[in-house]
Ligand binder design. Sequence first.
Ligand code: SF4
Length: 347
Amino acid sequence: MILTREGPQNPSVPGSATAYAMSGFENSFDMHDFKKNLKVKVMSCTDELLRVDVSGIDASIANSLRRVMIAEVPTVAIDKVHLWQNTGVIQDEILCHRLGLVPIWVPDIDSIEPAKEEGDDFDVSGAIKFKLHVKCPSNHPKGQSLHVYSKDLKFEPQTKAQQEMVNQPRPVNPDILIAKLRPNQEIECELYCLKGTGRIHAKWSPVCTASYRLMPSVTILQKQSGKAGKELVELCPKKVFDIEDGAAIVARPRDCTACRRCIEEIPEGIVELAKVKDHFIYTIESTGCLPAAEIFARGLGIMKAKCEISRKHLHAFTTGEEPEASEEEAMDTPAGEWEKVDEMKDE
Ligand code: SF4
């Protein structure tokens, strides 16, 4: 895809097998070619942020993976609040909403069953429970508020297994401001966490952002040396160009943000700006519920399971047999998929 002064050229990706039939080219999907061209390269990886390049895939697959990471990787969040006392200025429903948005870390997400009952029938006996009880003393310094932070959420084990946990569930960050109380104001509540996914509510989404951009391709078509080269280097706000042997070269094409200055502010035909249509640069920023690399790996596992379900249904459709798998199966994270994360990190 070429970026010109008028706009992008050739942005579409022909998916049909007969797209180039008139020219005699075969365009049908080929698993052998797909495997050969698919490349995954981890550029940087911390618990909070993963930058990974995936090339050799179609935009539809890249976007599916992004959406799965946002909306279908399960996490745990506060969902039921038994509010016994709230005399602060924040209304009950707003307070409960704020509490629900606090990211919660649990030691083993797979061991937690999704809640089966809704409403008043919810069985709280085995759920992850926190207690919040804060009161601003009457002698609190005049004119100042008592700040209620996420660290004030105290985990209360409900079962023997929860009591024996070495690493107990906790808010991801202890310093999230929940409310401010004036003297004698009080908040007392019990909070129950449920397992869910971002497609039910954004509070269950494991990511702050999961986005991708296409790999930029910058080419100098006419050699720019001397003053013209220096001007080109200074023109670029992301320092994509450098001077080598007296002439401008493209040193860091990856850093290009496609601001277009190099095609709009110098004569046409000197620089060609393009995007590689099958090379995606993912940025996955975790809320802290799960390590960023685990979110990526779990997303891949869920996509794989969905493909398997589709394959079984297609097989059943063509043979007239009953499908072996239900649609709900596609929602389950396949156990063990994300255990390959450590290997991926090492690579
Ligand atoms: S489009 Fe902008 S960021 Fe990219 S190379 Fe040109 S001037 Fe630099």
